[in-house]
Structures are given as C-alpha cells and as structure tokens.
Write a protein that binds this ligand. Structure first.
Ligand SMILES: Cc1cc2nc3c(=O)[nH]c(=O)nc-3n(C[C@H](O)[C@H](O)[C@H](O)COP(=O)(O)OP(=O)(O)OC[C@H]3O[C@@H](n4cnc5c(N)ncnc54)[C@H](O)[C@@H]3O)c2cc1C
Length: 461
C-alpha cells in the first residue's frame, strides 16, 4: 500500500480543521509520538493533531482517507507492543484534549466518557459516589487506548477486562462517518455484536470518540492477604486450587522472588523474598470474607506455604497493590543499561501451573536478568527479560524463548497476548493462533478501511 506524504497543502487544509495550536510538525512533538513503552523501534509521524470534538476527528479522517494519509490514534502511548507507533508516518491523532467525563448515571451504573479520559481520573471522580470502573492496567492509560487494546488489570479475574465493561461506543469510521454502536441496556440479543469487534481492534477499524462504560459499586467489605510459598510452581498450584474452590478473588497476583526483592528495596515492603501471591476478596460481610481467607490460607499451606499474612487494612492493601502496579517501572530502574521486553501469554487455568513451571525454568536457564509476574487468576503470565541494549545475540535468545513460550501457550488452547494486544510485536503469532479465521479478520479490515489508512501495519500481518 502506498501512502501520500504530507505536503504544505495537506498541512494547510488539516490546520484549518483545528485551532493553530492544536496541530504540530515540530520535531519534539513528533518524537513524543514516535514510540510507546515497548522496545520497538521509534518511527516519526509527519504531524500530530489534538482534536477537541468528534466532528473534528470525522473531518480529519475523511480528508485523510480521500488523500490516502495514514491516521493513528494516540492515548497515553503506554502500550507494550508498538500498538500506537505510526510506522507508515502520516497523522497521529492525540486524544488528550477529548478528556471530558460527559455524564455519570449512578442509578444505571454507567458513565459516558470521551476517549482521552484517564481511567484513574474517572475512578477518583467515582469514588465519592461509591462506584468504580474496574479495569486497571496500571499505567496512566486513557479509556480510548484501553478500549482499543482491550486492556485488563489486577481486578479482571472478578470484574472482566475492558471488553466486559463497555456498553456503547461512538466511532469515526475510515470514511469519516460518526457511528453509534451498542445500547445502554446491560444485555441485548439484537444484531451482530460490533462492540466486541471494535474493543481490542487497536484503532485499525475506527476511532473511538465516545464510550458508555459499565460501573461497579465499591464493595462493602474487602479483605487482602499475602502468601509466601517455596516455589513459583507451588504458587501456581495454590492459584489453581483457589480458583477451583470458587473463592472468587477480586485480585490474585503472582510474583517471582526477583520481583519481591525489587519491591522490598523500592517500597520497603518487608516481605520474605520468595514466590508470593497477593490476593484480595470483595463481599458484603466481614464474616464471610474471614471464612474465604481461612480457606485460601489452608489451600496455600497444602502447597507448602511458609507465611500467610491476612487482615491487612486499607492502607497496607493500597501500599502493596500500588507497589504491584509500579513493578514494571521499578524493574526498568533496576537495569538502566538494559531494555525490557514482556511476554504476555494467557492460558486456561488448568494449564497455568505448567506454563509457570516452564517460564521459571526458561528464566533460570537464560542467564539474562528476568522476572515473572502474573495476573494469576486469569492464567495471564508476564515473563519479562531485561536484554542488554544493542546485544543482538541476547535479543535473539530472548526472542527464541518467547517463541517457545507462545507455542506452549497455544498448544494448551491459550493466546499469545492476554492483554497487551498484537501491535507490531505479536503479529508473527497471528497465523498460528487464528489459522483460517485470520483471513476473515483481513476481510473485516478491508470492509471497514479499504484504503488501509487507520493505524496501518498493526495487528494483521
Ligand atoms: C508500566 C506499565 C504497566 C502496564 N500494565 C498493564 C496491565 O496490567 N494490563 C494491560 O492491559 N496493559 C498494561 N499496560 C499496557 C498499556 O497501559 C495498555 O495497553 C493501555 O490500554 C494503553 O492505553 P494508552 O492510553 O496508553 O493507549 P496508547 O498506547 O496510546 O494506544 C493504544 C492503542 O490504542 C489506539 N488508540 C488510542 N486512542 C484511540 C482511540 N480514541 N480510538 C481508537 N484507537 C485508539 C492506538 O492507536 C493504539 O493502537 C502497561 C503498560 C505499562 C507501561
């Protein structure tokens, strides 16, 4: 596909669609939109535009489509697979100024938001109303970016991923039409499910300009606990037992000893440096949660658990989970001369102990600094390697390990990417994961975006 390079006429026309201070071709702005948080190579766009209204987005996209100019959406740029890198140049649409919370309907447990709203800001606003939006990917992500990547987080095990919490979208399609999909009803059996098609489509089918999201009541009671076990394999078996027992955790996170060591040093957590589970349970009554915790403790002890600290208050719970959310940044600070790369496989829960055991062995054999942390209740594993920057041999080895990890995940019925999306990094696994249905994805892309101007080069190999 050949694309048009922006010339002064294009820039004048695009500039006339927004205020002059909301379009830039300045090098520093281009550089700020050339890479996400992944190790993938940077690529400069030709212009960055900050729209404020959905009509502006529609006009820009319509013009870009007519002139075969690539358009890539940008939220916070916190993706980990190169998802928003404008590999074909063109225009980046940065949604940060479309950051209004349009309406909160407490009585329906719903909010209408623009795509540039940061999910923590939404939750700050909702806290006073006793509500929250559950998906929590950790980084300061925007709702638009979360919808595009179908982001998840520590609470997905109980409340679902972004996909499960989106009811309605307004989209700008490649030809510049504004289309509304979905309803405000919590269930529907009407027509094809375009919400499920668009959530997770990484901005290659259309751009989100408004969303209605589902909210959840803050739990009346919660309990949190930290369990130390002798091996990550024992942790993974305890996870399986907790899930099988139907304890319904609101968070169940596994961390290898290397993670605990870094977190202790950065946040003074004082935890034993051993494989560890953080868990949280939500409910209506303290008594019931006490029973749940004692059962979780029993299950951990059956797997050789060496310590189980429960009855954590809100402050301690927040301190632990904040450290968990900031773990990726801590790991990067630990290795300033290295670059991180994160595997993101997810498997059915029965295959979880096997994939954890395999990851641990791979980590030990690799001789490269590495970490395992995992949204364990979802069977989602991050094997993170910190590769020496510029060391081709080391990066080849990391790639080889990831290929084998993905093979193993797919063989158990899992996926190459549980939450980070495909972007650039996971395209090579699409054929193996989806087989003949990949051809249908190509047809759907061509149907929605025949000129392939929307986030070209992503998701579909
Ligand atoms: C430290 C750290 C921890 C993380 N932890 C998690 C985690 O636990 N779980 C998880 O799921 N992810 C995690 N991530 C990855 C990342 O935060 C998520 O993928 C997040 O959803 C990206 O949101 P963003 O606003 O940064 O989007 P961006 O990275 O800017 O964009 C993401 C994708 O969305 C597209 N896009 C942006 N806006 C729109 C729009 N309005 N319409 C259509 N497409 C659009 C972009 O083109 C791109 O394809 C983590 C990242 C970091 C750096």
């Amino acid at each position: 596909m050949t694309y048009t390079k922006l010339n002064s006429t294009h820039l004048d026309r695009l500039g006339a669609m927004v205020a002059p201070d909301r379009i830039s071709t300045g090098v520093s702005n281009l550089e700020l939109h050339a890479r996400d948080e992944s190790h993938h190579e940077a690529c400069l766009p030709e212009a960055v535009i900050w729209p404020e209204q959905k009509d502006e987005v529609a006009e820009i996209v319509r013009y870009a489509n007519e002139h075969r100019i690539p358009v890539t959406g940008w939220g916070s740029g916190s993706s980990l697979e190169g998802n928003p890198i404008p590999v074909c140049g063109g225009v980046v649409l940065n949604f940060n100024l479309m950051n209004r919370i349009l309406e909160i309907r407490e009585e329906d447990f719903q909010a209408d938001v623009e795509p540039g709203v940061i999910y923590q800001d939404l939750n700050d606003k909702l806290r006073h109303k006793g509500l929250f939006f559950p998906p929590d990917p950790g980084a300061r992500a925007t709702l638009g970016g979360m919808i595009a990547n179908n982001a998840s987080g520590t609470r997905t095990v109980r409340y679902g991923s972004t996909r499960h919490n989106v009811l309605r979208l307004q989209l700008v399609t490649a030809d510049g039409e504004i289309v509304r999909i979905g309803t405000r009803s919590s269930k529907t059996s009407s027509g094809l499910d375009l919400i499920n098609l668009f959530v997770g489509s990484e901005g290659i089918l259309g751009l989100v300009v408004e969303a209605t999201v589902r909210l959840v009541g803050l739990p009346a009671a919660f309990s949190a606990a930290v369990a130390s076990l002798p091996t990550v394999e024992a942790c993974s078996r305890a996870v399986f037992q907790i899930m099988r027992a139907g304890l319904n955790p609101a968070a169940l996170e596994l961390m290898s000893p290397e993670c605990i060591d870094v977190m202790n040093r950065e946040r003074d957590l004082g935890l034993p440096v051993s494989p560890t589970l953080f868990m949280e349970f939500h409910g209506t009554a303290e008594g019931h949660l006490a029973d749940v915790l004692s059962m979780a403790q029993e299950l951990c002890e059956e797997e050789g658990g060496t310590a189980f600290r429960s009855g954590l208050g809100r402050d301690e719970r927040d301190r632990l989970f904040r450290a968990r959310h900031e773990l990726s940044e801590m790991i990067r600070r630990e290795h300033p001369d290295r670059t991180h790369s994160t595997a993101d496989v997810a498997v059915p829960i029965s295959a979880y102990p096997d994939i954890i055991a395999w990851s641990r062995q791979a980590l030990e054999e690799a001789g490269i600094p590495g970490y395992i942390f995992s949204h364990a209740g979802d069977g989602n594993v991050h094997l993170v390697f910190m590769g020496k920057t510029g060391d081709a041999g080391e990066w080849k080895e990391i790639g080889r390990i990831y290929d084998r990890l993905v093979d193993r995940s797919l063989a158990s019925g899992g996926t190459a990417t549980g939450e980070h999306g495909v972007g650039l990094g996971k395209r090579k696994y699409m054929e193996a994961e989806h087989g003949a249905s990949l051809a249908w994805m190509r047809r759907i892309k061509d149907l929605f975006d025949p000129n392939r101007i929307l986030n070209p080069g992503k998701l579909i190999p």
